[in-house]
Design a protein around this ligand. Structure first.
Ligand code: URA
Length: 275
């Protein structure tokens, strides 16, 4: 995005806006090789080569929080050695280096968060915080009371029991209002877990004799969006980001969306100023 040069310099942590104006007036700032003295000049810090005294300023990066409705048949990664479609391919127009928080299997669809906010990503994926994720699972057969109780209490996977889960049977056997059941003997469950173990929901349901036919994540902590179409994405609203940070126990120590972070070689991203 093109912004006034003094704003670009202050956002990059080079100088205050007033000091930046002085640098410009003194002819010490160049854009794409040309010295700029005009105060209203605009430039794009992400695309243009902006220099002060010949030294290039680091690109500032806006914090982005993106909610994607991932379709099945897409890999949750930034790049896939097998060249399958990735979640990043779906984010047309997003220039920031966002990455997925956690993972949905290739075959799983539903809500996926992507961000360049490393603090929030780390907090959300830390097992200690136990942010809940809810999945809608269409399974073979009709789980009975005992199977549902086993899922709720925890299933041993790889020698370690899963944490207690919330499980609600939405539709059993033939379709009920609002829930598509493909076969007469399929059922639909809502299952909420607090861990992110590999293929956890699929393995839990397999373990109780009801393999998953279709899996969709419908909620991440406080986030849900039934209106977001498959393959579409949107930026989170400021109150959603706040709610997410609260769920991840980051509280208000973290900067608000729109905060600019400057990447410095060899250092982790640092918050500089809020817009
Ligand atoms: N559990 C699974 O089995 N798969 C997912 O993609 C997410 C949770």
């Amino acid at each position: 995005m093109r912004v006034r040069l003094q704003k670009a310099l202050s956002q990059a942590g080079v100088a205050s806006r007033r000091a930046a104006e002085k640098l410009i007036a003194e002819g010490r700032v160049s854009v794409n090789g040309a010295t700029v003295r005009e105060m209203g000049t605009k430039a794009d810090p992400a695309a243009d080569d902006i220099r002060v005294d010949g030294r290039r300023i680091k690109a500032a990066e806006r914090l982005r929080y993106i909610l994607l409705n991932k379709p099945a048949g897409v890999v949750t990664t930034r790049s896939d050695p097998q060249r399958r479609p990735t979640v990043i391919d779906l984010l047309a127009g997003v220039r920031e280096y966002v990455y997925p928080v956690g993972r949905l299997d290739y075959d799983t669809e539903g809500l996926l968060l992507l961000t360049n906010d490393g603090d929030l990503a780390a907090a959300l994926t830390h097992p200690r915080h136990g942010v809940e994720r809810t999945y809608e699972a269409r399974v073979a057969g009709m789980p009975d009371h005992e199977a549902l109780e086993r899922l709720r209490k925890g299933i041993p996977l790889d020698g370690k029991r899963t944490l207690p889960a919330q499980v609600v049977l939405l539709a059993k056997g033939p379709a009920k209002a609002g829930h598509y059941v493909r076969e007469k003997r399929d059922s639909v469950l809502l299952i909420t877990i607090r861990e992110g173990r590999n293929r956890q929901v699929r393995r839990m349901l397999e373990a109780v004799g009801h393999p998953v036919d279709k899996l969709k994540r419908v909620k991440i902590g406080p986030l849900s969006d039934r209106m977001l179409k498959r393959g579409e994405w949107r930026d989170l609203k400021a109150d959603e980001v706040r709610a997410l940070k609260k769920a991840a126990e980051l509280g208000t120590r973290n900067p608000e969306p729109g905060t600019i972070r400057v990447r410095r070689a060899g250092a982790s991203p640092r918050a500089t100023s809020a817009r």
